[in-house]
Design a protein. Structure first.
Length: 180
């Protein structure tokens, strides 16, 4: 079996149908094993024999409106992909703090981009450090920008089939995946 995380876009834990217990139930109903969640923002870990991530994404995206009455983009990453990202130390010596947020944006489709990194779009207080496969690492200086500013720019560049997590959350997901 292979371990994955489904990163669901737009999960609001205040919506009763988007709570972790209901999300886990959907994944169990789909036949996935060892289903668990990390915080309440749509990070569902699971094991399966399936290896085609596009098929897994489609299966999850179809099940959510059928079982919970909402739609969401599902972006799948394997345990190995996330471990490789964390091992690459994408933020080097930059620390997550009250004034600086480190983010990873996951893209469903790898873009054909000519952007040169690092990039500071519109001098708005956020920096796109690099792209690792289909994952974009960025830093938001909260003294001059907000995370929604960055997310809006990313959507304009890469479309709406993306979702963002803090790097702290990504490391928590990797830790939970490594626990088995």
């Amino acid at each position: 079996m292979k371990s994955y995380v489904a990163l669901l876009r737009g999960i609001a834990p205040t919506n009763p149908n988007m709570r972790n217990n209901k999300l886990r139930q959907v994944f169990e109903n789909l036949g996935f094993h060892n289903v668990r969640t990390v915080i309440s923002s749509g990070n569902v870990l699971f094991d399966t024999d399936a290896t085609d991530t596009k098929t897994l994404e489609a299966k999850i995206e179809k099940a959510l409106p059928e079982q919970l009455d909402f739609t969401s983009t599902a972006i799948i990453r394997s345990k190995e992909q996330l471990q490789k990202l964390v091992n690459s130390n994408p933020f080097k010596n930059i620390e997550h703090s009250a004034k600086t947020h480190l983010n990873v944006t996951f893209l469903k489709i790898k873009p054909q981009t000519k952007l040169i990194f690092p990039l500071q779009p519109d001098k708005k207080g956020y920096t796109i450090l690099n792209m690792y496969g289909q994952d974009i690492c960025s830093v938001v200086d909260l003294t001059g920008a907000r995370t929604p500013d960055l997310m809006l720019w990313l959507e304009k560049q890469f479309g709406r089939e993306i979702t963002t997590r803090t790097y702290k959350t990504v490391k928590r997901i990797v830790g939970k995946l490594n626990e088995g």
